[in-house]
Design a protein around this ligand. Sequence first.
Ligand code: SAM
Length: 308
Amino acid sequence: IDFGFKQVPRDAKQSLVGQVFSSVASSYDVMNDLMSGGMHRLWKDRLVEALRPFPGQEHLDVAGGTGDVAFRVLRAVRAAEVEERMAAARAGRTSAGGRPRPPADAAGPGPGSAAAAGATPRAEGAAGASRPGAAAASPLVPGRVVVCDINPDMLREGKQKAAATSDLAGDAGLSFVEGNAEQLPFDDTSFDSYTIAFGIRNVTDRPAALREALRVLKPGGRFLCLEFSQVTQPGLRELYDAYSFAVIPRIGHIVANDAASYQYLVESIRKFPDQEAFARLIEDAGFRAVTYENMSGGIVALHSGFKL
Ligand code: SAM
């Protein structure tokens, strides 16, 4: 079975990707743990560490699926806000823990506007340091995290997971939005940061998705992409190939009764551009200071860029 980019027309590819993720949605989290031996947790933790979440951060996680990355980011933003509140209390300030609240007259525009989508002026740089003294001037707005995915079944799993998790269930800063990475349903300059984890390789028009990422970011905003990449470590490549092609579809068959979807996942990884080629695509979209780091010998790469 080959659902690859070149073998099927564009619309057919999108619909096949849709079928794959609808089919795996309910077993997606268990399969992630099984297939990666839990490693996906470490890769995602590193993504969030690299993001350096800060109080009041407005974050978009695209192809967010069942919310794994978004939940991590939200928890880290809330932790940064608690820390800032404590620092403010120690310093004798009265309020902290978010971005400065916009003036009342700035909240005006109607539905569909940046304000309606929750966008407000950025409090601090994407690199994450708190702005000294910002807390003293005005009450602060807590950050927010939006999970955006094209597949309603994946989003439903994510919503159920959030609803069943005590610290996420009541958090008004978490939302789920159905949308295509190639045409995001958000206004320009709405977010401080954008992540996409194990999602970009499923997107048909990647340059369009990267341009959309740039568009929705505020100036100074950070783009981070976690994706399977090309194994750089000698010896590991053969082992990894054998594991991917022989073992993963079998696990898919046994656990999810769906070998074909997992065969697709393995093939889509092989077709994805290598680290350097993908870095060039990110630059071509208009991002600056583009870098990447390999994890687990290049099984996964974390690409970073800024809207400057
Ligand atoms: N980011 C999550 C994670 O790391 O656990 C989910 C990754 S999952 C492998 C890939 C996700 O990409 C699926 O939920 C799928 O629906 C989504 N996806 C595929 N094409 C997309 C597109 N064009 N726009 C938005 N999401 C898309």
